[in-house]
Write a protein that binds this ligand. Sequence first.
Ligand code: SAH
Ligand code: SF4
Ligand code: F3S
Length: 473
Amino acid sequence: MLDQVTKVHDENRQGEAYAPEAADIQTYTKKFYIESYGCQMNFNDSEIVASILKEEGFGPTRNVEEASLVLLNTCSIREKAETTVRKRLTEFQKVKQRNPELLVGVLGCMAERLKAKLLEEEKLVDMVVGPDAYRTLPALIEEAETGQKAVNVLLSREETYDDISPVRLDSNGVTAFVSIMRGCNNMCSFCVVPFTRGRERSRDYRSILQEATDLFQRGYREVTLLGQNVDSYYWVNPVNDAETVTFANLMEKVAQISPLLRVRFSTSHPKDITDEVLHVMAKYENICNYIHLPVQSGSNRILQLMNRTYTREWYMKKVDRIREILPDCGISTDVITGFCTETEEDHQDTMEVMAYSRYDLAYMFFYSERPGTLAARRYQDDVPDDVKKRRLAEVVELHRGQSLASMQQDVGKTFKVLVEGTSKRSEDQLFGRTGHNKVIVFPKENYKKCDYVWVKVDSCTSGTLIGTATGMA
Ligand code: SAH
Ligand code: SF4
Ligand code: F3S
């Protein structure tokens, strides 16, 4: 089903089982197997879970047959995300038949949304654990080991897991995610996240800096600061409320760790991204010029129903402002087609804003009603499926042309590239990303992972730049 179209290679990680970083391989008495779905924060949460389980003597495995614990870290954002997990659970049925001792846990947003109901619906499941309850996993496992079903879906106003150093799973040793906040207070009417992730809270900046510094010292060269709405990061020192840290302040502190550490962030809400943030980006060469600025719709009427709190004019002005302060900044977006009551005219408004914004990258979805959200309670999901999908196909087509044009514009230019590894297609090619987040491949020569290399772009496809190295950067 055409549900979502993305272009970045690492978005294909849905459901991937994690393998441990070499440094973390040691003999464990027990093994756990984890699959993650959904956003980058969820993948990062799995690394927090791995860290908590490590303390309990559990090591990660990619082989479900040798695991005594299977965990699915789930997503509820669209119906399809939940269907995928349910299908996966039926597949684990067979593994459990072979190994009746096996414990199966559902973590993350689907656990939070469905709570104990999930235990009734999915007989196979032994544990249901919400995103703020991972510290209680050891106790829940113990409970489940006695044959009882174990549930903890309490949401917290404070939990940020700030003292937990995530065990980097399936890591390339070059790039890592660092969560800077949890939850969301925005209440976009289509969105389940405020219900599954709870209230917004910002993590102590000192633990963020510590984690990023530690990553740098271990050889990592890029951190992505994660939050549902990073621009509303705001930390107040609990013992001295005169000390406060904004997102711009935080980003500057992270950038100062080393000029060799690249800094990225996601996601920015168009209503919250400030000039201050843009100026900090301009000031530091190591803060990548790339902003994910989800528009969702280009129609003012729909934006209002969505409760996005900006207009198309405001959004387009933001795009102008970004291009003014950061002329070579990559901009990407999320778009939803077929939201409640959307007309052809509204749809054309979306196409217009997309054409105006010239996105380098877009994640496009058709609207999927989520139970309990404001939209589900207030509005009728009245755009027929075939119309939603046709409109999706149209925005995808428009974007395809735009992204190809954006790639072609880079041909002939030279970019500083952080090498992430060997290209999947050829052992003789390396791949990395430019500051504006485009994937680029080039002949290996003597360059290696973690190097910064100047690469001249010779040609491109719609998703990848193809170039030649001209020297170390
Ligand atoms: N915090 C981010 C978005 C997180 S969800 C932000 O505010 O931009 C990622 C994307 O999923 C959203 O931007 C939206 O485009 C899409 N999405 C969320 N709920 C959806 C729904 N009910 N149906 C279809 N797409 C949805
Ligand atoms: Fe959902 Fe809106 Fe919050 Fe993003 S900002 S997580 S779309 S409620
Ligand atoms: Fe999905 Fe939850 Fe992330 S619903 S997108 S995993 S916050």
